[in-house]
Design a protein around this ligand. Structure first.
Ligand SMILES: *Cc1c(COP(=O)(O)O)cnc(C)c1O
Length: 393
């Protein structure tokens, strides 16, 4: 399928999907696939969910867009739900994860300047992913994402993930840090789950040094890990939280939530977005939240995740070449001892959509609406693919 119309930003797989329903997709040849990736943690309610489709159709026939020059009732309604679920106090809407992080980064800098810090710095992590804009690719802890785009943005300090001592060292040696930006579980970095007390430790350090604790929950949020937000596993309340992927079930929308002084740092003129939080996008996110609550999908994600983690452990724990099996809710990973990108293709040939990240980590982000039978099939087929891949040739 030669294609010279698009920029060469992606190494796309040669498959074209034309229709979806729940966790299933069909390609142009009518072949059926089971989706264990959800468009990378986006379609948590699966494809063509009737509640999302109905909300979008109704809103498209009523009012798609006005402008943030005017009040937008659906934006206020959506904000109220997100604040109720997160315990935060105010919301800024945008269209994607990187934009939500960009808002958080600007917010932290402005917050710093208001405190008299002229060159504010934000602590970020090795192995992190925050997006592809200049500021967020600088914040990202992966050289591959940055290479070729220098000069990078100033004002970031990098430390190892899951390392509170490293944060203490930064605290002792700098007086211009204003915030820490961290993922509760590193997604692109390989489903890295920190120690159980890590986020609480970050929170304590932020309190001690008057840093804003900013959580990137773009991938972990919206129920994926078995809580509405992954920080709720640790009973930790951030000052700033960003969401995007699962928020609109495929309708582009992102949000930066904040509390305390961070909630009122921005003043008119400081930040904005043409499309951010328009009525159409908000209608999708409102349908996502009401459906997730009505169908108790957050608890379901926890239950499904445990079922799949147990399944992988049973099948693969003693397989030579499997380094680790880990997961939190429906963020699941099987880490191998070698690069395994080709597994994506062998799974696709079996009619299964999976992902490999950080070279050696098979990553699964299935929709929250999966049936038990579908979950079991994913575990069986992914395990089989891994066993075949690792078998001596
Ligand atoms: C995907 C992702 C982003 C970037 O989101 P975009 O919508 O692609 O800009 C940022 N942070 C995390 C943790 C992500 O997983």
């Amino acid at each position: 399928m030669a294609n010279d119309t698009l920029m060469t930003t992606y190494a796309r797989l040669p498959v074209r999907f034309v229709r979806g329903e729940g966790a299933r997709l069909w390609d142009t040849e009518g072949r059926e696939y089971l989706d264990a990736l959800s468009g990378v943690a986006v379609c948590g309610l699966g494809h063509a969910h009737p509640a999302v489709a109905a909300a979008l159709c109704a809103q498209a026939g009523t009012l798609i867009h006005t402008s943030n020059i005017y009040e937008i009732p659906l934006q206020e309604e959506l904000a109220a739900h997100l604040l109720r679920l997160s315990g935060l106090e105010r919301a800024f809407f945008c269209n994607s994860g990187c934009e939500a992080n960009e808002a958080a980064i600007k917010l932290a800098r402005l917050h710093g300047h208001k405190r008299g810090i002229k060159e504010p710095a934000i602590i970020v992590m090795e192995g992190s992913f925050h997006g592809r804009t200049l500021a967020t690719l600088t914040a990202t802890g992966n050289r591959k994402v940055q290479a070729g785009f220098e000069p990078l943005v100033k004002g970031f300090v990098r430390v190892p993930y899951n390392d509170l001592d490293a944060l203490c060292t930064v605290a002792e040696n700098s007086d211009n840090v204003v915030a820490v930006l961290v993922e509760p579980v590193q997604g692109e970095g390989g489903i890295r789950i920190p120690d159980a007390d890590y986020l609480a430790g970050v929170r304590a350090l932020c309190d001690k040094h008057q840093w804003l604790m900013m959580l990137d929950e773009v991938q972990t949020g919206m129920g994926r890990t078995g809580r509405w937000f992954a920080c709720q596993h640790s009973n930790v309340q951030p000052d700033v939280m960003v969401l995007a992927k699962g928020l609109g079930n495929g309708m582009p929308i992102g949000v930066c939530l904040a509390r305390g002084t961070a909630a009122t740092t921005f003043e008119p003129g400081n930040h904005g977005s043409t499309f951010g939080g328009n009525p159409l996008a908000c209608s999708a996110a409102l349908a996502v939240i009401s459906t997730t609550e009505k169908e108790a999908l957050v608890a379901r994600a926890a239950q499904l995740g445990q079922r799949m983690l147990d399944g992988f452990t049973q099948r693969l724990a003693n397989t030579a070449g499997v380094v680790a099996i880990r997961g939190l809710g429906l963020m699941l990973a099987v880490e191998l001892d070698r690069p395994c990108g080709e597994l994506v293709k062998s799974a696709l040939a079996r009619g299964l959509l999976i992902n490999v990240t950080a070279d050696k980590v098979v990553r699964l982000l299935p929709p929250l609406i999966l049936s038990d039978a579908q979950a079991d099939r994913i575990v069986a087929e992914v395990s089989q693919s891994i066993v075949e891949f690792l078998a001596p040739k």
